[in-house]
Each structure stands twice: as C-alpha cells, then as structure tokens.
Design a protein. Structure first.
Length: 137
C-alpha cells in the first residue's frame, strides 16, 4: 500500500511539473522544426552576429573564469542558506523531541560551517583573480 502511494505521488508531481512547463514551452517560441540537409561550417557558428548575440568573444578568459567561479560559489551559498533554513524549520517543528532538536542543531552547524567555507572561498577567489588580472595587465 505504501509503495503504491509513493508511486502515485511521483506521478502526480511529474504531471504537475509537466503541466506547469507546457505553457512556458508554448509561448517561448520553441517548436519542432524540420531538419534541412546542409553543410555547416565553423563560420556559421562564430560569425559576428552569433558572437554579439551570445556574448561570446566579448570578455577576457580570466574574467570569464572568475565570473563562472563566482556563480558556482553563489549556488553553493544558496544551498548552505537552505540547509540553515531547513535546520531551523526542523528545530521549530521538533515539539520538544530531543532527538529531532539534536539533528536540527547538527544541520544548523553544518549549514553555518558551509556558509563560512563558501564566503572564505569567495574572498580567496576574488583576491586571486584580481591579483592575476593586475599582474597580467
């Protein structure tokens, strides 16, 4: 009985996600197009119009790598904050159960340590990237 209930929940969640995603696909202009046989050249991908519209070729490689690292660290920071929020929620809903409170404290400590690691990694990365850019300029 429990397995059937979880299967139904997965099907319902998948159906909801599909129904929420379909209007986005309908109005985004993404459609099925036919493939025309033609020979593609490298210039077809990297002409001036393509590079201007995608932003390729506009920035220095060091700056691009620095931006990618910052985005990655931003995602890690968001995950750490979510862990802290989950720990706080678990503590609030523990209703005095010592086991749940201890588990919530562990989650909070792990989230804060993770956030400290992400912030220090961001500071170190910013320092290193700016030093490399200044040294090579």
């Amino acid at each position: 009985m429990h397995m059937t209930k979880s299967i139904i929940q997965y099907i319902a969640a998948g159906s909801l996600a599909f129904l929420m995603f379909m209007p986005v696909m309908a109005f985004s202009g993404i459609g099925v197009s036919t493939a025309h046989a033609q020979q593609l050249e490298t210039e077809d991908f990297f002409d001036d119009d393509f590079t201007e519209s995608t932003g390729l070729g506009q920035a220095d490689l060091k700056t691009t790598i620095g931006n990618l690292i910052r985005v990655f660290l931003g995602f890690l920071g968001i995950i750490a904050v979510i862990i802290v929020l989950m720990g706080g929620f678990k503590w609030m809903t523990a209703s005095g159960n010592d086991d749940k409170v201890q588990e919530a404290k562990k989650m909070l400590i792990a989230g804060v340590i993770g956030l400290a690691i992400v912030l220090s990694a961001y500071a170190i990365t910013t320092f290193v990237i700016s030093s490399i850019i200044e040294a090579s300029a």
